[in-house]
Design a protein around this ligand. Structure first.
Ligand SMILES: Nc1ncnc2c1ncn2[C@@H]1O[C@H](COP(=O)(O)OP(=O)(O)OP(=O)(O)O)[C@@H](O)[C@H]1O
Ligand SMILES: [Mg+2]
Length: 314
């Protein structure tokens, strides 16, 4: 186990409960997504793992040792990409990498070699001499990520690395995370309030709300928690109510209703009967078929009664 939090409680200023009996685990080579709305406690949780923050009670263990914030050996095996981009605008990208590399204790040939390797990884090899002030937000973010990778950490923690950047850099970062985990067995904790991202890159997901983990598992496991998770919408010309009887009689159909020109059918998780539905409605002229699978958004909605998007502040 690379990192583990067990029953962790954290109150800021002794008042606001930021972590409420939080449990979390990450293993070697795993990409763990920590998904939750603004203020859920994501940054607090990862700051506790990195050792930037003392918790009130509970266990925080990193690489088998209790995290107390002062163990440099533990710290040197972690790479942190903070929520706010931290690079120096007046230093060139190369000088930024040099500075952060030294901070992590690298020097000489190894430092030079790592800067070259990392520059390729973050796609900035040809632009190292520029100052980040002239970079796009996405390039700045990639440089920022590079700074956290120089010392070859075994555990990388990224706090909302794709907020507010262009789609191209966003895809670059997502691909990069997947590849890094696959090729180097680096463990990665990735926080986000973008469901699609977490769904696309995580081996396992923790859904966090109000300082508490409300669900965890692989994406398919989480989606299976949502009852009747599949929705099919079939538009037809001149529909008739009586077709609903036949639809409802099909196995795996939980509910069928007619909404103007559209038959809306809820199916049990994993049901595969689109052909049968279409056959049942063949007396009508079908103009459109839409098959919507449940997403983590549905899981979040079911568990909290609110949507992730609604609970976002910005
Ligand atoms: N330094 C602080 N002092 C007081 N309260 C804080 C502090 N940092 C965070 N909090 C509070 O703790 C709770 C959790 O905040 P945290 O920053 O961990 O959430 P988050 O999930 O990272 O949110 P976001 O998506 O906005 O980054 C919030 O209610 C927040 O207001
Ligand atoms: Mg945060």
């Amino acid at each position: 186990m690379f990192a583990r939090m067990k029953d962790v409680i954290k109150r800021y200023n002794g008042k606001r409960l930021a972590l409420d009996h939080l449990d979390l685990e990450i293993k070697k080579g795993e990409v763990v997504g920590l998904l939750g709305p603004n203020g859920a406690g994501k940054t607090t949780a990862i700051n506790a793992i990195v050792g930037l923050l003392d918790v009130d009670s509970g266990l925080v263990e990193v690489f088998g040792e209790q995290q107390n914030g002062s163990n440099r050996r533990v710290r040197s095996r972690i790479g942190l990409v903070t929520q706010e981009v931290t690079v120096y605008d007046t230093l060139s990208a190369y000088e930024n990498l040099l500075f952060f590399g030294k901070l992590y204790g690298l020097k000489g040939e190894r430092l030079k070699r790592r800067i070259e390797e990392v520059a390729v990884l973050i796609g900035l090899k040809d632009r190292l001499n520029e100052i980040p002030k002239k970079y796009s937000g996405g390039m700045k973010r990639r440089l920022n990520i590079g700074c956290a990778l120089l010392h070859e950490p075994e555990l990388i923690i990224m706090d909302e690395p794709t907020v507010g950047i262009d789609p191209q850099s966003r895809n670059y970062i997502l691909e990069f995370v997947k590849q890094l985990a696959r090729d180097t067995e680096t463990a990665i904790i990735y926080t986000s309030h973008y469901i699609e991202e977490v769904q696309a890159i995580s081996d396992r997901v923790y859904i966090i709300d109000e300082g508490h983990i409300i669900a965890k598992g692989t994406v398919p496991e989480l989606i299976r928690k949502v009852q009747g998770d599949q929705h099919v919408a079939i538009d037809v010309k001149q529909p008739e109510e009586e077709a609903l009887q036949t639809l409802r009689a099909l196995p795996d159909v939980k509910e069928a209703r007619l909404d103007k020109q559209t038959f809306r059918i809820n199916l049990h998780a994993g049901a595969d009967l689109l052909d049968k539905l279409i056959a049942t409605l063949s007396p009508y002229t079908i103009t459109n078929v839409q098959n919507e699978h449940a997403s983590l958004e549905d899981v979040f909605l079911m568990l909290t009664g609110k949507t992730l998007r609604d609970s976002e502040v910005s």
